[in-house]
Write a new protein. Sequence first.
Length: 329
Amino acid sequence: MPENNKATYFLVAVSTRENLDLCIKYGLAGFPSGESGSWTFCEIQEGDFVSFLFGARAHNLYRVTMKEAIRDAEALPPWKPLEFKETGNVYSFPFRLHLVQIRSFVEPIVRTEFFYVAENLLLRGGYRKTHFQADQTTLQSVSEMGVVHSGISSKLILPDYTTFPLRFTKSKEHIKKPEIFRFQETILQSAIRRHLSIDSNLDSLLLNLPSITLKGESLEILGEKALTQGHIDLLLKQRTPKGTSLKIPIEVKTNEAKPDDVTQIRNYRDELMGEAPVCILVASDFGRKTREAAMQKEVSLVQYKLAADLSKAVTFQEIYDGLSLEFVT
């Protein structure tokens, strides 16, 4: 279960109607064997909620009960390997979520209740992602849509199979897809999002932002948010805004930040039109010019550190467990 029982809600994009029918029939979600699939597998935790997204409609509400990464998934049902004609790449579905259906519905995402996700889709020009995180307001709304589901999913019978721990590395020699992937910004973003979903960690962050008087329990942290100028890596926002909606955009860099990164996150803050009193740039280090630019543009700098040795292959849990955030003064 996610820490503090703060379950997150995701819409999971499905590529074909056939795959959607199989997901619903067996109560399973599967993600492709590329980097996007590995990222999604790290993002969604046991206890979270998901709906399937297909044909601009949200299908049903499920709770995630178990996750597993399966070896040699191309030989296992229920989904056929997915081939992209443009590149010739073929992807199986080793990253799987076991689901329990809570509610039954098929609703267009043009509904007001899906505004947060629909806006992301519009500004991105389409899906182009395996998943979209929605806010708590959306989860509250879908928890009243349709009807309570009373049936059970069909059981998928598989031949004997083995699972593997998904790992990440900075060393090219260790990469062995789909079991070991390159450590990239999206994985760091996921670890930071999970870290800041814990009230005590978020409160520690807010203590260094004197202009913010809210406590961590009144905020939620969301994954990538689309704006007209680009995509905010992480967004802190009020769970239940009243009158105004506080937002704190966060930009994440795996390496040393540059002055251009300061300009980028400041532009995101400006686009939020007065509802973002501060913005944060997270990176492994900051040079003199970057610090000077941050001071001039009123951007808060936070240095991340990892205890995990990424010269080797480490799990997402090890990355998350060893993550720390420290303000740069």
